[in-house]
Write a protein that binds this ligand. Structure first.
Ligand SMILES: Cc1ncc(COP(=O)(O)O)c(C=O)c1O
Length: 449
């Protein structure tokens, strides 16, 4: 519900950034680390629903959702109320030392989303990278092996362990020195650029062969491999879904060799694809699942969920001060209420609605090479030439910046793709508005071809 001063659609009243936004940007420049990468000068003052308002009173339709974090939209009343209530009762206790009922309550709800064939247990942290770090440690502990296999294009975080798995952009690794040893990367199935001409359903068979016939025979003995970690839909890498058969093949290989299959659902999970976890579309049973972002609707919380048979480490092996913070848990419980109470179904419905309207973009726009994704994880790849598929990051940036100036927030992804990941609350009117803005911005970028 919107109030008199609230709107559902964007309204830009001036050239951006406006005067008050400019002040904040200058202030930020003085004090904030320059390593942060801002694609365009959005300054957020408040948020509600799918709308962000800047300090000059401009409103933006937020189809970025703080990198797929604000799953329930901005400041959903149910989430705000849960946070406020918990903040008045207990803010912190350190779940690593003491008990509080909310930790097992949220864990039970997360476990209930997992395959029924196994019992699972949960470890709470604060961020995606922390879930990845914990999962690396758990996989090593459980298997007593240390080798790890990840994929080119993947993003698993920026702390030194997770960064060793991340193979997205070299800037993210440059000058940070030696990372974890024993990590091997293999290609990710990327149907649009499949050298063998396979489809979105069939691409990747040769990667499975590479893994079995080369990596596990010539580089790593399988009995030394602790885990294979994969994003079921590459997020940072370009919103590229792995085919279902590919994930099932990874599961087969992992089962055969006692390797942990870790599904990084930090970006793709929490109902965004129309099912709770993106791996649910492939019907597999992972050993460890990672979640963060959409779990807390903006409060910092992450978790790794592992089969009980895997999570057998001894007290003191792993811990954290803030993980399982009561206020973050309250936010996550309220988020789950909303996701399971209708938003996941809405993500499926609105995803179908959006894809139904944009699937033909490659035939309508010269610079759109590919449209892909699932539910409300929508990727659009921008190319200079559809025939050669030459990547066009400059045109991609023009589309994103053009959309911003028209009041739509999106993000870049991969070298030359756009990621559209709205909150799961959006309706058809908002989807239509975003599509119209995207089309105008694509048309404008095409003029510079
Ligand atoms: C799939 C995936 N894993 C891990 C991370 C790291 O999460 P965080 O930035 O919360 O550390 C991200 C962040 O974008 C992600 O997309």
């Amino acid at each position: 519900m919107t109030t008199a001063t609230e709107t559902k659609l964007p309204r830009i009243n001036m050239p951006l950034p406006g005067p008050k936004a400019k002040e904040v940007i200058e202030y930020d420049k003085k004090f904030i680390s320059p390593s942060l990468f801002r694609e365009y000068p959005l300054v957020a003052e408040r948020g509600y629903g799918a709308i962000i308002e800047d300090p000059d009173g401009n409103t933006f339709l937020d189809f970025a959702a703080g990198i797929a974090v604000c799953s329930t939209g901005h400041c959903h009343p149910h989430v705000v109320q849960a946070i406020q209530k918990q903040a008045a009762e207990l803010i912190h206790i350190a779940g690593t030392d003491f008990y509080h009922r909310h930790m097992p309550q949220l864990a039970e709800r997360l476990v209930a989303t997992m395959p029924k064939s196994h019992h699972y247990k949960v470890f709470f942290g604060n961020s995606g990278t922390e879930a990845v770090e914990g999962a690396i440690k758990l996989a090593r502990y459980a298997t007593r092996r240390d080798k790890l296999i990840a994929f080119y294009g993947c993003f698993h975080g920026r702390t030194l362990g997770s960064l060793s798995l991340t193979a997205s952009k070299s800037t993210q690794r440059k000058y940070f020195g030696t990372l974890l040893g024993g990590v091997e990367h293999i290609p990710f199935p990327y149907a649009y650029r499949c050298a063998l001409g396979h489809t979105k359903e069939t691409c990747g068979g040769e990667i499975i062969e590479l893994l079995e016939e080369q990596i596990l025979k010539r580089l790593f003995a399988p009995e030394e491999v602790a885990a294979i970690i994969v994003e079921p839909i590459q997020g940072e890498g370009g919103f590229i879904p792995a085919p279902a058969f590919f994930l099932r093949e990874l599961q087969r290989i992992c089962n055969k060799h006692g390797i942990m299959l870790i599904l990084d659902e930090v970006q793709s999970g929490m109902g965004r694809t129309g099912k709770m976890w993106a791996y649910d579309h492939a019907g597999i049973t992972p050993d460890i699942v990672l979640t963060a972002k959409g779990l807390g609707s903006g409060m910092p919380i992450s978790a790794f969920i592992a089969k009980e048979s895997v999570m057998q480490w001894k007290p003191g092996s792993h811990g954290t001060t803030y993980g399982g913070n009561p206020v973050c848990i309250a936010s996550a419980m309220a988020t789950l209420d909303l996701i399971q109470g209708g938003l996941m179904a809405n993500a499926r419905k609105m995803g179908e609605y959006i894809f139904g309207k944009i699937n033909d973009w490659p035939s309508r726009f010269k610079i759109v090479g590919d449209v892909r994704g699932k539910g409300l994880m929508v990727g659009v790849e921008i190319v200079r030439d559809q025939r050669t598929k030459e990547k066009a990051p400059d045109l991609r940036d023009k589309v994103i910046v053009g959309a911003f100036h028209r009041g739509l927030l999106t993000l870049e992804s991969g070298e030359n793709s756009i990621r559209i990941s709205p909150p799961l609350i959006i309706d058809e009117e908002q989807a239509d508005c975003a599509i119209r803005i995207m089309e105008e911005s694509i048309r404008e970028a095409e003029k510079s071809l």
